[in-house]
Design a protein around this ligand. Structure first.
Ligand code: GLC
Length: 475
């Protein structure tokens, strides 16, 4: 089985969030299960020279973008048994950031079209093209309208579209239809939705399978509360919708070997975790108290991650409980300002780093005791899985992938603390249960070890992807 895996992010080359983690690890996991997989990505200006040095130029082609023809250099990079194609066009991709430009619609129309155009050029005929999020959503649209009857390299390809976050759909005005996407007037209804052009809707319409990154999210997005307007079309196409929970790389996220930690540790020898906690307290100038639980958040500071709830009760919580609270992330001004103010007023209780430093994130997972993730919606969420691996017990809202990975420990089983409604006091109650639980040293050790022993490596999920791919090609 041959898979062409198309995405706009991939760690370690270029990433802005969880999509980059998944694209950086799922293809390897598929490879280990003997699937032939090649990944195709934009060659962003921000990709480091050390990776560019290892790329080989294969050839250049010209890619149609509506009425234009644009240069596309194809570079190859090999790593961990996976072949990566980086598509070069400096006009589109030599910029400081990945997204956020006036012509994103055109940049990713180019990329999606190029994913199909390179197939004969690199001599790889895939059985499946697996696409991710709106940036590659036009691949199935173009395949079904322009390439599927092309024969040869294009015969019998199935397309899968994976939704990592339904909030970002690639929504534009009508003007992109003719000048950017270049669909014929007969086909334009595929991408039209709600008076706009919507790339993600086009993919839902034209791909053979739509997947999303957890089973619970696959159900939630049929509901307007979660769907950002796409529930109507998803309900009509629900027969092709499937949820597969992501995994994380157990090589990258491994407290036994992680070089970013002050001290390494394992589930059988936790002494290093104590050092990590102490060092973390020193780093944030917090009192060195080994019996005070550290509650941590590592997250973009945006509303859907649940910061409205945190804003509502955190002060009350840290005042009445003997806890320390650490936040790492950046995002909306109002939350940054809120935490700056809080850290200023409670320097003995609050540690704050506004920004994102991956090394520090690992240190926080390792040094903290409790990991808070009260998302309003969470397609999958990777942080709770990393937290489990590092023995920081998650407190989560029961939504999306959080609901599928974290079970409440109230009944003596489970790996964390779960609350159901998006309500600040429900969250506070769950945090209180965690902090109370922490006082019972023996009970906490058992819970922490149970958390660490959970398996959210890619193994199981990669097999589910393979089963989905196989069912599409009738194997
Ligand atoms: C997005 C989602 C997150 C998910 C990630 C990888 O970033 O918001 O929940 O874990 O994609 O699929």
């Amino acid at each position: 089985m041959k898979i062409l895996y198309a995405a706009s992010e991939c760690k370690p080359f270029a990433a802005s969030g969880g999509l980059g983690d998944v694209v950086g690890s799922l293809p390897q996991a598929l490879r280990q299960k003997k699937v032939s997989v090649r990944v195709v990505l934009p060659l962003y200006g921000s990709i480091k020279q050390e990776y560019r040095d290892k790329m080989t130029f294969l050839k250049a082609i010209y890619v149609p973008v509506a009425w234009r023809r644009q240069y596309c250099g194809i570079f190859e990079y090999r790593g961990d048994g996976v072949i990566y194609y980086f598509l070069d066009n400096e006009y589109y991709f030599k910029r400081d950031s990945l997204y956020g430009y006036y012509d994103d619609a055109e940049r990713f129309a180019f990329f999606s079209r190029a994913v199909l155009e390179i197939i004969p050029a690199v001599d790889f005929k895939p059985d499946i093209i697996s696409c991710n999020d709106w940036q590659t959503a036009l691949v199935p649209v173009y395949y079904s309208t322009m390439y599927s009857k092309g024969g040869g390299y294009y015969s019998n390809i199935k397309t899968v579209f994976t939704i990592h976050n339904i909030q970002y759909q690639g929504k534009y005005g009508d003007e992109v239809l003719e000048n950017v996407i270049g669909l014929s007037p007969f086909d334009k209804s595929i991408v039209e939705y709600d008076g706009c052009v919507n790339y993600m809707k086009g993919a839902i319409e034209s791909s053979d399978k739509v997947s999303t990154v957890s089973p619970t999210y696959a159900e939630e997005i049929l509901d307007p509360w979660y769907s950002y307007g796409l529930d109507t079309i998803l309900k009509m196409r629900s027969w092709k919708l499937k949820g597969i929970l992501n995994g994380i790389s157990y090589d990258v996220y491994n407290p036994e070997t992680d070089k970013h930690l002050w001290a390494n540790y394992s589930v059988d020898n936790l002494s290093g975790k104590k050092t990590d906690k102490e060092e973390l307290q020193k780093y944030f100038n917090l009192p060195l108290k080994k019996d005070t639980p550290i509650v941590a958040m590592v997250s973009r500071l945006v509303s859907h991650k649940g910061f409205d709830l945190v804003q509502g009760i955190i002060e009350e919580f840290i005042r009445y409980f003997d806890v320390q609270f650490i936040v790492l992330g950046s995002g909306d001004w109002q939350y940054e300002q809120f935490f700056r103010d809080l850290a200023g007023r409670y320097p003995d209780k609050v540690g704050l780093y506004l920004g994102y430093v991956p090394d520090l994130a690992q240190k926080i997972y390792a040094g903290s005791d409790i990991f808070l993730m009260p998302s309003k919606s969470e397609p999958c969420g990777l942080s709770q899985m990393i937290a489990l691996r590092y023995g920081s017990v998650p407190v989560v809202r029961e939504t999306g992938g959080l609901a599928d990975s974290i079970k409440d420990s109230g009944m003596g089983t489970g790996n964390g603390f779960v609350f159901t409604n998006y309500n600040a006091h429900e969250m506070k109650h769950a945090l209180e249960r965690a902090v109370e639980g922490y006082k019972d040293k023996e009970g906490w050790q058992i819970l922490m070890k149970r958390a660490m022993n959970c398996d959210f490596s890619w193994d199981r999920s990669a097999q589910e992807y393979i089963d989905m791919y196989k069912s599409l090609i009738g194997q």
